[in-house]
Design a protein around this ligand. Sequence first.
Ligand code: SUG
Length: 450
Amino acid sequence: MNKAVEVNFDGLVGPTHNYAGLSYGNVASLNNAASYSNPKEAVLQGLAKMKAMHDLGLTQGVFAPHARPDVNVLRRLGFGGSDSDVIGKAYKADPILLRACYSASAMWTANAATVSPSADTLDGKVHFTAANLNNKFHRSLEPETTTRLLKAMFNDTKTFSHHTHLPDQGFFGDEGAANHTRLTDNHASTGLEMFVYGASAFNSALPKPKKFPARQTLEASQAICRLHQLKPTSQILLQQNPDVIDQGVFHNDVIAVGNANVLMCHEQAFLNQSNALQQIKNAYLGELPLHIIEVPTAKVSITDAVTSYLFNSQLVSLSNGKMLLVAPQECQNNPAVNTFINEMLSADNPVNQVQFFDLKQSMQNGGGPACLRLRVALNQQELAAVNPAVILTDSKYQQLCNWANEHYRDRLSSEDFADPNLLLESWHALDELTQILELGSVYPFQLELQ
Ligand code: SUG
């Protein structure tokens, strides 16, 4: 069999990382709205996680940030003049709007796209659809650049198929791989792609959350299955429990994580959970036993799940056959969650190691280890067709740390967004990055201030 690996493409945190309280329904984003941010620390924390995965022998990819501020959208919203004028006027008129246009939210690449590996698709290609992220204004600015970046990374049209993001409308709300998990004995085999939606746009008989938005619709997930030409046996669509969306579980990857033949989920993750888990067991295509680790509320409450981000850990298969939980430090600091992790590691299932990471800068905006990465399972020929400059090596890691140390600020607070130098610094940094990652012209900016 053609060997395949899962490559995690982690979002490199952009130079304008900040806390603007933009994501209603995301508890951390709302709670940290008034804090100042440290973009340099944020990018280095992300790079440390990437380096640790590389050191474990995994193939690790790097996903570039987006150019911010999005001056084009500010112009479209009526702010004119030079780039500097646009920023000055937007800052005066609507500082939160300006902050939204400065958001570095593209760092959470689990939301960048949905990816279907070739083993699951009828045409044998790897399919990508950038998420439209239309539920939040600041995130709706992402799909076009995401698509350009994906094409620059996966640029062989015989191997990779790229689709336009779904219509920019709530009916087709799509948040990408944050609501998508693939279960399989090994990455080369045909897998079961699990799509978890928050609500249906058209079928009012299905329940909906009452307080916070359901960002992913059934109709969006169905469209992705069609676009990706998924084998009928490779798809299962399940509804997330709307009650937990109302408690801050704004994506399925805040309450469930899957890898290979393991699904770890909270007992309140899905609507009609016992039925949902039975459907998954029936549909599983592998020959190995499927391990469903269902975490009871009595051990980990929904509040603990949301504050510790236990389920936003990554589960990764190591070459020695072991499975590692890549967890945020907040899990170690939460006694109930830490106790549960220790129990899980000694129980009869493939997960037998844990490594904790300090990702506080991202966590304070509701982004844990799994939010920061887009998984792409690739066989050897497909891996050889990936732009090699986006794969982490020891020297690329060093180069990226030097680049970040040179260009990033270590403090951004609300008044800094009025400073047009922040725009210039960020765009210069990204211009240099396009050379480090050999991306070509993926950004829509012109470097001179007009
Ligand atoms: O979309 N936070 C992101 C966090 C995304 C987490 N991703 C996954 N669960 N896969 C969001 O809510 C906050 C930005 C701010 O408030 O400044 C933000 O966009």
